[in-house]
Design a protein around this ligand. Sequence first.
Ligand code: TTP
Ligand code: MG
Length: 347
Amino acid sequence: MEQKIIILHIDLDAFYASVEERDRPELKGKPVVVGADPKDGRGRGVVSTSNYEARKYGVRSGMPISIAYRKCPKCIFIPVNMDKYVAESLECQQIFRKHADAFEIGGIDEFYLDVSKRCKNFTEAVALANSIKSELEEKRKITCSIGVAPNKLISKIAAGKHKPNGVTVVRQDYILDFLAPMDVDELLGVGPKTKFRLNEINIYKISDLRNISKPQLIEWFGKFGSVLYDEARGIDESPIVEKWETKSIGRQTTFERDTKDRKKILETLAEIISDTITQLKSEKLKYKTITIKVRYEDFYTTSKAKTILTTDDEKTAQLTARELLIPFLEDERRVRLIGFSVSKLSS
Ligand code: TTP
Ligand code: MG
């Protein structure tokens, strides 16, 4: 008998903003933006997320905070409290994990649950999805959206289709029709560059993409071409990978404009290190390896790592990362992005 696979993808709704709204009842019904300080429109930095009320004004994740302020001066702007969201994510995981045969963390607010063994069919899986939603709302007072599908790719796309607070089911025989009308960048791994190249040759929709042969896609995009060919047909055989311990923790920032401003780059590095170490400590972990990443204006990306004695000290991280980064700033090119992470973690 063919083994039927059923995956749930859970994505928390407007995650950081929902946590803030829950904890501060005076925010209820108001447009809320979580991110950098807008300083009456002169602030730097970006929007981390906004609630659905603020999205009505066009405020979006990743947008410069100054633009968010211009679009919605009456929005309530709240600073990022990473500690709180990490702790909340762990609480939510406790709820979700026990409903899965296998469980994978996809990000701070997204999770894959393989429920193939415990659910006989899709009807049972949808009932499970609804009961998980109720349990989350009751215990954590926040909402999520869930995709129910035969593989990870389709479950993730489905979870985004009826947000907030929705359940979207895509059975095997509906996959092709489900994907056909979507823009190509709804597929995983299709960013602005790939989208642009596809649009140039009149490929806009996933149905258009199906007209291109696999060898042709491989010629254009290398190995990813083959993935793209499968994704366009909803094929994804990647398994749910249990990750009990975090392999690495880190942050990266893309500058609003590519820059050679040393002071600004080092200040940004210091900020992301501080956020990372705060998260590390709140998860009661220590690190052994520090890695920095630099992407230049031409998208050339490079990284350098150093392994030291196990610690959770921030000052050590700051000094080591600075020492690793400085030689990269001698380069002619402007810097587009910097990243920092710690790995070889232990508790
Ligand atoms: P998302 O799941 O992409 O967004 P969301 O949960 O805020 O909203 P929804 O899922 O309902 O569309 O990201 C999860 C969290 O990650 C988000 O609350 C804040 C953070 N985040 C950033 O800090 N920067 C970003 O650019 C994005 C996309 C998310
Ligand atoms: Mg989310």
